[in-house]
Design a protein around this ligand. Structure first.
Ligand SMILES: [Zn+2]
Length: 281
């Protein structure tokens, strides 16, 4: 169940929840899980019943929630299909839109599955592959000082623009992953320069875990990750024999929340409940 839910769910960066697509219902997720088991050759006796599925979900996987509405920017396809669904007047029409939405989400799932496969492979074969996911946290939440509650006298005060970049390195260490956090105060331009700086800092930190192949999972943002400087950096690390091959992957826009966002949700909790920064008072 967890594997299936992680493949189709979006990690929320501001709370400890993983949202499953709104086109699914609990019953349809159960049917999908049962179908996948059958396709893998499991017998009917090996497949749990629907009631037990619901009980396991409630007890062991409460962080997975079927979202009614996305709280973040959606991809254009999802938005159009959800509008079509809202306008559909018959069950047949709604079912047709749901099947189109599932087909679209199936493509997203394939991309996400590739990342999950590569991070599991990095844990199993650390000499062959090193998998790194890098993403930035919403800067509005990290500027300092951060106050638990704002009032008129504090809302217009100068804030030090502070930005957090998070990364998770998947390799053959205990637990299979190493989290990294980089804080900058806009002293590095927030474009490919920042991502490449963070990447090179990480590679220095994990130099004992370098592998033959580097697999990077980055945010699908042209400004940050698709500029010439990125390609040049990958070419240089290959030229210097740090890696033989470098692969870069991007999840589709609107479907980019991954395990690094789960890390941000923990920071968000700290920011939400912490007291005012001492030097503010
Ligand atoms: Zn979409």
């Amino acid at each position: 169940m967890r594997h299936l839910f992680e493949r189709i769910g979006d990690y929320m960066p501001h709370k400890e929840e993983i949202h499953l697509p709104s086109c699914y219902r609990k019953k349809s997720l159960y049917e999908r899980m049962a179908r996948e088991f059958r396709e893998r050759g499991k017998s009917e006796n090996d497949i749990i019943c629907y009631d037990y599925f619901i009980r396991l979900w409630k007890i062991h996987l409460p962080e997975f929630i079927i979202s009614k509405e996305s709280e973040f920017v959606k991809c254009r396809d999802c938005t159009e299909l959800e509008e079509m669904r809202a306008k559909a007047t018959t069950d047949h029409g709604r079912q047709r839109v749901d099947s189109l939405l599932r087909a679209h989400l199936g493509k997203v799932e394939m991309e996400r599955k590739r990342f999950h496969y590569n991070r599991e492979r990095a844990e199993r074969e650390p000499e062959e592959i090193l998998t790194i996911i890098i993403d930035g946290m919403d800067q509005n939440k990290t500027n300092l000082p951060h106050l638990h509650k704002e009032d008129k006298s504090t809302s217009n005060l100068f804030r030090l623009r502070t930005h957090i970049t998070g990364a998770i390195v998947h390799t053959g260490v205990t637990g299979g992953k190493v989290p990294f956090v980089y804080v900058d105060v806009n002293h590095i331009p927030h474009d490919s320069n920042l991502t490449m700086n963070v990447l090179l800092e990480i590679l220095k930190e994990v130099e004992k875990h370098l592998a033959r192949v580097l697999y990077l999972q980055l945010d699908n943002c042209f400004r940050e990750n698709k500029k010439q400087i990125s390609s040049v950096t990958y070419a240089v690390v290959v030229q210097l024999n740090i890696f033989e091959e470098v692969y870069v992957s991007f999840l589709p826009v609107g479907h980019t929340h991954e395990n690094v966002d789960q890390m941000f949700s923990k920071f968000h909790l700290v920011y939400k409940y912490q007291m005012p920064t001492p030097w503010m008072t």
